[in-house]
Ligand binder design. Structure first.
Ligand code: GDP
Ligand code: IMO
Ligand code: MG
Length: 400
């Protein structure tokens, strides 16, 4: 059995919590995309973890974790997270395997990321984690992979290549020594991608998506996106093997948030938006930036479902809307005087006018009004909810 959990909006839908809960039914959780730009919060009740790089497997249940070749690995962040899980649950480090073919985010990438984004005419507002630079270097074939540290001369030649490609000078020897020191601390966890495939292909795998479909480099709101296929399409290259994924869980928040720049049709720039941010604690798990907040946009969710082949829905954070008298839902867009309930691409989101339908709010998640909200969304999207998350803690979720 293979399944995936992906975000249907602009990230931060609550994927981490959902993955931790679902991980109990699988042998291994696999990260296939992104890097430490991701921030997946898991609230165990007596402690919280924010997973930037480690798959959000339930560490109390001793599940395997695999970081595939499609992930870009920042060794500082990785070492910190490994220490964290190992302190919480001794020996849990031994459940992790990392592909040797994964690329490495070297510290200068973070500075380059910041420099390049700041100098753009239209800033993306990246997480400054060096993600775009890592994937660019991979595409330009000058990036280092974890396996390169096995042969320091090879790693050194890549560092020299990076220096030439970007026309920047840095102390290659010092950076190399520093990286090798960190690499040695995780060396025993590294595995060739082909070996990982042999070990894992018959196992029950849960693929943990990062970001969301609207941040996918191809299907998202380009150029305001991340640099990978964080949607379902990234699973095969990011795992390194053509797997058949039967269940694709799409996670959607009951409202919408976005961090960084880019179009956001249902954004609320008033006190209602501030209220949502405060009630939902909508601050970036990676950068602590305030998240932009707005109403649920079913046009964009439909687009995300269609392009990701999502076949089961999971709703999160509806509890945050409890108590609102009326809840507007964006049902369609007005484009050039015409009404549309579907879009074919995201290129013209700044030229549209969202059209809302107001529904009656609910006081409790055990009410007719809340059930009506769920049925309405299911009807509009033509897909059923498999789970409804009702709070941040792992167990606060209901299977339907
Ligand atoms: P991710 O990046 O998709 O994993 O999401 P984040 O962790 O960045 O942001 C989701 C936030 O909402 C985290 O603080 C979670 O603990 C929290 N959360 C997840 N599901 C729920 C829910 O159903 N209700 C509430 N109130 N909080 C939730
Ligand atoms: P999770 O996995 C929300 C956004 C950044 C920026 C754009 C590009 O926690 O949902 P990058 O650093 O990737 O080059 O930034 O993407 N972004 C996220 N927004 N959640 C995330 O991850 C994000 N990862 C990147 O804010 O707009
Ligand atoms: Mg997040």
């Amino acid at each position: 059995m293979k399944a995936a959990v992906i975000g249907l909006q602009w990230g931060d839908e609550g994927k981490g919590k959902v993955v931790t809960y679902l991980s109990r039914r699988y042998d291994c959780v696999v990260r296939y995309s992104g890097g430490s730009n991701a921030g997946h919060t898991v609230d165990y009740g007596n402690f919280k973890m924010v997973h930037h790089l480690l798959p959000s497997a339930d560490i109390k249940k001793q599940k395997m974790m695999y970081i595939g070749p499609g992930v870009v690995v920042d060794l500082d962040v990785l070492l910190e997270e490994i220490d964290q899980i190992n302190n919480l649950i001794p020996e849990s480090r031994s459940l992790l395997r990392i592909s040797k073919q994964a690329h490495v985010v070297i510290p200068i990438y973070r500075d380059l990321d910041e420099k390049i984004d700041s100098s753009r005419a239209n800033q993306i507002g990246t997480t400054r984690r060096g993600i775009g630079i890592s994937y660019a270097n991979r595409a330009m074939r000058c990036g280092l992979r974890l396996e390169d540290f096995e042969t320091p001369a090879r790693a050194e030649s890549f560092l020299n290549e990076i220096s030439r490609t970007w026309s920047i000078k840095f102390d290659v020897k010092m950076i190399l020594d520093n990286l090798i020191e960190k690499y040695n601390k995780i060396r025993d966890l590294l595995i060739d991608s082909s070996e990982a495939v042999r070990v894992l292909k018959e196992k029950d795998l849960l693929f943990e998506g990062t970001q969301g479909v609207l941040l996918d480099v191809d299907m998202g709101t380009y150029p305001y996106v991340t640099s990978t296929n964080c949607s379902t399409t990234g699973i095969q290259p990011g795992f390194g093997y053509p797997v058949q994924v039967d269940k694709i869980f799409g996670v959607m928040k009951a409202y919408t948030t976005r961090v960084g720049e880019g179009p956001f049709p249902t954004e609320l720039k008033d006190e209602v938006g501030e209220n949502l941010r405060r009630l939902g604690s909508e601050y970036g798990a990676t950068t602590r930036r305030p998240r932009r907040c707005g109403w649920l946009d079913l046009v964009l969710i439909k687009y995300a479902i269609e392009t990701s082949a999502c076949n089961a829905l999971i709703m999160t954070k509806a509890d945050i809307l409890s108590g609102f008298e009326k809840i507007p839902i964006c049902m369609g867009y007005k484009i050039g005087g015409k009404f549309y309930t579907q879009i074919n691409n995201t290129a013209h989101l700044t030229e549209i006018e969202p059209v809302y339908e107001e529904i009656k709010g609910w006081k409790s998640l055990h009410s007719k009004e809340f059930d009506d909200f769920i049925y309405k969304i299911e009807r509009e999207l033509g897909l059923k909810f498999a789970y409804i998350s009702t709070g941040p803690k792992i167990e606060e979720i209901t299977e339907l």
